[in-house]
Design a protein. Structure first.
Length: 334
């Protein structure tokens, strides 16, 4: 049985070693801040004024904290790669510095940022970025989305001189999580479904979006799995692809047969492009899903597609998700 992570366990202690500030000497004109991150430590001199951000979770946090230092963002997909609260960054006043995966070295060099923030998809480009300007990696590394959002909010609040504002935002988020976890603890079991086009696959604790169980605080209807590797998907039409599809269908049938109290749905098609039809229509057309008690009784939680698939550990996007999930749990009882 999975024990939910309660909000109070996500408190101040988790960020204690994230930042250390060296007091300025007589010869120093500004403070030096040593920021510890996923790929080591980066020393910054003074508060960053020109920042290029490749990690959408960091962009979410900076926006929430009212930091106006962002000058460059990846624009490979325009507004399609951003949730509505971040659409402002598609404006021409923000330089295009590449994609979510790959920085444009020439554009970054011309921009002359005093800080580059990578994370998640762009983490592999850390070395390329740090050759241009000081770089930090705010990737989520096993601590869960809520904890990562809290740690990175405090870290960025300290870096940009808005620590009090960050602490206030964290306190509100922790209180929100406490309310959600208290409700979810009595909601029965949940089953996370990752929907790709017209198909659906189970995500158990240990899978990429299995973190939703812990975030919501709901007991998983399926057993945890070992964290999966990053092996490439089998090519469509191959025997390997057919075998993988059969395994996925069997896992889905077995999970639905356990009659989970709630279905927790993430629609990849809505996150990355135009879905073939509304998500409820696609799920309702799936015989096994449509036959489940949770579907028939309307116990379905729809996770924000762009927020969960593209942004991840942003404190604003997760706050919105927590509020929407709590509303769903309060509206229907198992």
């Amino acid at each position: 049985m999975m024990i939910p992570t309660h909000a109070r366990s996500l408190g101040r202690a988790s960020v204690g070693v994230a930042l250390c500030v060296a007091m300025p000497t007589a010869s120093a004109s500004a403070r030096e801040v040593a920021a510890t991150h996923a790929q080591g430590e980066t020393v910054l001199t003074g508060t960053p004024r020109r920042v290029a951000v490749f990690d959408l979770a960091a962009l979410d946090i900076l926006t929430t904290l009212g930091v106006e230092a962002v000058v460059g963002v990846p624009k490979g997909g325009g507004k399609a790669t951003l949730p509505p609260p971040l659409w402002r960054y598609a404006d021409t006043r923000y330089a295009d510095v590449g994609t979510l995966f790959e920085p444009d070295a020439a554009a970054l060099t011309a921009l002359k940022p005093d800080l580059i923030v990578v994370g998640g998809r762009s983490a592999r480009s850390f070395d390329k970025a740090k050759a241009i300007a000081p770089t930090i990696d705010l990737s989520v590394r096993g601590q869960g989305l809520a904890r990562a959002a809290i740690e990175n909010t405090r870290k960025l609040g300290s870096l940009f001189g808005v620590a009090d504002r960050a602490e206030s935002r964290v306190a509100a988020f922790e209180a929100q999580l406490s309310r959600l976890h208290a409700k979810a603890a009595h909601a029965g079991t949940g089953l996370v479904l990752f929907v790709t086009g017209r198909g659906a696959m189970v995500h158990a604790p240990g899978d990429r979006f299995g973190t939703a169980y812990d975030f919501i605080g709901i007991r998983a209807a399926v057993a945890p799995v070992a964290k999966r590797g990053t092996e490439p998907r089998p090519a469509p039409g191959t025997a390997e692809a057919a075998a993988a599809a059969q395994r996925g269908q069997a896992a889905l049938a077995a999970a639905l047969a356990s009659e989970p109290d709630w279905l927790i749905v993430l629609d990849r098609a809505a996150a990355t492009g135009k879905p073939p039809s509304p998500i409820a229509e696609r799920l309702g057309a799936h015989p096994q899903i449509a036959a489940s008690r949770s579907w028939k009784e309307g116990r379905v939680i729809y996770l924000d597609p762009k927020g969960w698939y593209l942004v991840g550990a942003g404190i604003d996007v997760l706050s919105r998700s927590a509020a929407a999930t709590l509303k769903a749990l309060e509206g229907v009882q198992p």
